[in-house]
Ligand binder design. Sequence first.
Ligand SMILES: *[C@@H]1O[C@H](CO)[C@@H](O)[C@H](O)[C@H]1NC(C)=O
Ligand SMILES: *[C@@H]1O[C@H](CO)[C@@H](O)[C@H](O)[C@H]1NC(C)=O
Ligand SMILES: *[C@@H]1O[C@H](CO)[C@@H](O)[C@H](O)[C@H]1NC(C)=O
Ligand SMILES: *[C@@H]1O[C@H](CO)[C@@H](O)[C@H](O)[C@H]1NC(C)=O
Length: 389
Amino acid sequence: MNKHEWIKINFTTLKHVFLLLVVTTFGSIIALYSIATTDRQLWKPTAAKKFQILMYNEPISPDYIRFMKLGLGQENCSNCDVIEQYDGQDTIEYDAIVFTFNRIKLTDPVFKRRHPEQLYVWHTIESTSTVLYFHHSSMEGYSGVFNLTMTHRRDSDVWTPYGTIPEIKNALREKFSPLTPEVLNEVVNRKKSLVVWVVSNCGLTLGAKRRLEIVNELKKTKIGSRLELYGSCGEFWKSFKTTKSGYEKMNSIIQTHKFYLAFENSYHCRDYITEKFWQNSLLNAAVPIVWGPKKNEVLEVAPSGSFIHFEDFKNITELADYLLYLDRNDTAYKEYFSWWFQPNEDIGPLRLCKLCAILNDNNRKPQSINYFESWFYSNEHGNCLLKQL
Ligand SMILES: *[C@@H]1O[C@H](CO)[C@@H](O)[C@H](O)[C@H]1NC(C)=O
Ligand SMILES: *[C@@H]1O[C@H](CO)[C@@H](O)[C@H](O)[C@H]1NC(C)=O
Ligand SMILES: *[C@@H]1O[C@H](CO)[C@@H](O)[C@H](O)[C@H]1NC(C)=O
Ligand SMILES: *[C@@H]1O[C@H](CO)[C@@H](O)[C@H](O)[C@H]1NC(C)=O
């Protein structure tokens, strides 16, 4: 992975994606790419072959595509071209086609004319709950259409996490290099403020409504004004412009705080751990206070000892008291950063690199998702699909 790129994309990327999918203002950030389409000899893998992966209806934010392509070019995924915008070519010429969940029309010709060797890939970065209740994504007729799923859920064929330990560590090294106890001391000593939250979705989803209630309760504890709110969900909230420099400003503000509220817009949705955790919190050396995903799922992917989980506390007062305790005890606070000094584990290919590795696997068996809805919805946690929280 190119460390430098990761830094640049960290927040903006995922923010743009979020805006694109949830707020659906596509126009301004769509960039058109023209990609040389050479070497399109299909379905007979040879050493020289380059596989063609088409992002069929991606909203092309350059940051988003860069994020999806992280790691592409490494061992086992060095021979794939990613075509970032459908260019009108006969779709049968692509080896894999990636479809974004909220823009799929099964009546499109691409679903009629297809070769059995092509991989049709279904992709979302939104939680199951948002897909169901916000986008009302009907999956009627999806059975036997797609070959692979590509989502933040680990039960997908291609996993597209918002972040991983090695990526965040590399990015941290770029920022604070090297990661030593002395550097940690400096970083912590610069923190003069306690808790911060930045939010844009004030209640479009059920989880977004609930988290706002929790934050308002936290405001009423002893923490009070030491919880700073950025966004536009209330009259006393501070704001900054949503430009690139606005995001840089946001990151520098978060860095001066000890804790960040990594509150998701969805509750108990499988593996839905987003940029709020990885980029906003960990990459700004703020300890995430997690609400949304189940604790055991966070434990399985997060750096060990790196976060506080909301559900570990009986009530808000207890949480507030604990944060104030950590504020007084630097030794205890710094224990949340012990992962900075631990070795990384290799987690193998991800995102488009993983899709490319699948294309390269000569022993791969044909596969299609025959019960699409039941994979997506029945494999989800019950709480995620509640209509009331
Ligand atoms: C590449 O694929 C081979 C064979 O499947 C595997 O042994 C190796 O670990 C893979 N390399 C990476 C970096 O994943
Ligand atoms: C919160 O829980 C603690 C026990 O852990 C209890 O002593 C306290 O009264 C509770 N506070 C509220 C406001 O419910
Ligand atoms: C501060 O934290 C350390 C490490 O967790 C702990 O050993 C120590 O007892 C704490 N000190 C106080 C005064 O609570
Ligand atoms: C992809 O799915 C289609 C539709 O179910 C199926 O006909 C085809 O064999 C699958 N291809 C591969 C390579 O798995």
